[in-house]
Write a protein that binds this ligand. Structure first.
Ligand code: ATP
Ligand code: MG
Length: 443
């Protein structure tokens, strides 16, 4: 156990206390697991990182689910059962899940079956963004908190990850207190230590540390979010090193290097969180330049030929288009990870011809569905922030999306996408997303 913990502490800086506590609560080998654990802290404080690392090291069979992606509890139950039983819905099994399950009683019954068929291993369910569960069935939280008791002799734990403290969950009746572990925001020094981990081997620790401190001095006031800072540190390093490569400065001319990128950093301040390119895309572009330095036109155009919409907003618009033009029943097929391919039958082709949604026009969809699609098409990990929600209203203001109803408290609004296929293809091209592949009429 000590070896496991010390390895983890070495790989994940600044989270020693949390790793120790979590590992000692879970214990080793056949130890009985606690009922539930509740981890909370702001986004980017390492909850997912620490939890997944510890669970993996301890060899606990785990299902990770994000509560944003599930707009009904049924989808959530079925996904968890699929994960734990190792079922992957695909064309081979006709996209069927391990079992169809829409209430907690059935869920528990299936959990027991899975556990028995696997020889009762230690199992866990990790619920990301669990604050979302407060909006679903009133009894789901209390049940999940004491799942172990309800499944009787099954060794299972539910781990809640949340950006809200537990006090905000108490409304549910019969709520059993889980063990709470806090993930505090990283301090400036801790951020430097963590960011140092991504130092390219070609540069010295000292040099990279100075660079990180410079970037932090600009961005720290605007954001303390690690993923965003990581992105910014990555984004500007090349420009920072340029004078070195040209031979105009050496590693100690910090002032000169700083002056060189200062304008660029200030400019980036205006687009913190509103990315023009995703980090993954940026990395790919970096690799491209390294392998073929002359062929830069392709991604230059991706950068400069931009419509004045931030990166995530473009994806929101694409998600809105998909939600408007794809029937809801096909979402599973397009947006489930590992769905495999589906063969077309004559009957399906006929049915499609009868009801081409391009002819009928856009259909309204609820916000939940939009977000579920959005989170499944985006390749970065983003958290549901006020930012994403405000971008939806921006789209409405720009008349790219229309809102239907929702002015009173009873009825939540529905939306419709108001742009054409050509428009959305252009937007999708800018973010290198193959939208046609996800359209029911064309796929
Ligand atoms: P959310 O609430 O948004 O799910 P989270 O708390 O789960 O956020 P993570 O996904 O674990 O945050 O971390 C975000 C990013 O920061 C990841 O890329 C992760 O690798 C990195 N990160 C977080 N903490 C550390 C750390 N202590 N050392 C190295 N990397 C870290
Ligand atoms: Mg997380």
């Amino acid at each position: 156990m000590d070896k496991i913990v010390s390895d983890l502490v070495e790989n994940i800086p600044c989270r020693k206390a949390q790793i120790h506590l979590l590992a000692s609560l879970l214990g080793e080998d056949e130890c009985p697991l606690p009922n539930s654990i509740f981890l909370y802290g702001h986004s980017g404080t390492g909850k997912t990182l620490v939890t997944s690392a510890v669970l993996e090291k301890l060899g606990i069979l785990t299902s990770y689910v994000s509560c944003v992606e599930f707009y009904t509890t049924r989808v959530m139950y079925e996904t968890i059962l699929n994960h734990l039983s190792g079922t992957v819905p695909s064309s081979i099994n006709n996209y069927s899940s391990y079992a169809s399950c829409d209430n907690i009683g059935e869920f528990i019954k299936h959990l027991r079956n899975i556990a028995y068929s696997k020889g009762k291993p230690r199992m866990s369910i990790v619920l990301e963004q669990s604050e979302r569960l407060r909006d679903s069935d009133a009894n789901i939280l209390p049940v999940l908190c004491r799942l172990q008791e309800l499944t009787q002799d099954i060794n299972i734990i539910v781990i809640f990850l949340s950006s809200l403290p537990i006090e905000k969950f108490r409304a549910a009746t019969g709520f059993m207190e889980p063990v709470v572990i806090n993930f505090p925001q990283y301090t400036k020094d801790e951020l430097v230590d963590i960011l140092l981990k991504q130092r390219p081997s070609s540069h010295s620790v000292e040099f990279y540390k100075n660079y990180i401190k410079l970037v932090l001095s600009v961005f720290y006031l605007a954001t303390k979010g690690l993923p965003e800072l990581k992105h910014q540190v990555q984004l500007h390093f090349k420009a920072y090193c340029e004078p070195l490569e040209k031979g105009e400065a050496d590693e100690h001319d910090i002032r000169l290097l700083w002056r060189n990128i200062e304008p660029q950093l200030k400019k980036s301040m205006s687009s913190v969180y509103l990315r023009e390119v995703s980090s993954a895309q940026y990395e790919r572009m970096q690799q491209l330049t390294e392998t073929a330095p002359t062929d830069q036109s392709h991604f230059k155009s991706a950068l400069t030929n931009k419509m004045e919409l931030p990166y995530y907003t473009k994806f929101l618009l694409i998600a809105a288009y998909l939600a408007s033009y794809n029937p809801a029943r096909t979402d599973r097929r397009f947006f489930m990870k590992h769905h495999g391919k589906q063969r077309k039958t004559q009957a399906m082709i006929k049915a499609k011809e009868r009801s081409s949604s391009q002819l009928v026009g856009p259909k309204p969809f609820p916000l939940d569905r939009l977000l579920a699609i959005f989170y499944s098409i985006i390749d970065d990990k983003v958290t549901p922030t006020a930012n994403i929600f405000s971008q939806i209203s921006t789209l409405v203001t720009l008349r790219l999306v229309t809102q239907i109803g929702g002015n009173d408290q009873l009825d939540s609004p529905k939306y419709k996408c108001a742009v054409t296929l050509d428009f959305i293809r252009n937007v999708a091209r800018m973010v290198s997303f193959d939208v046609v592949r996800y359209l029911y009429d064309y796929a």
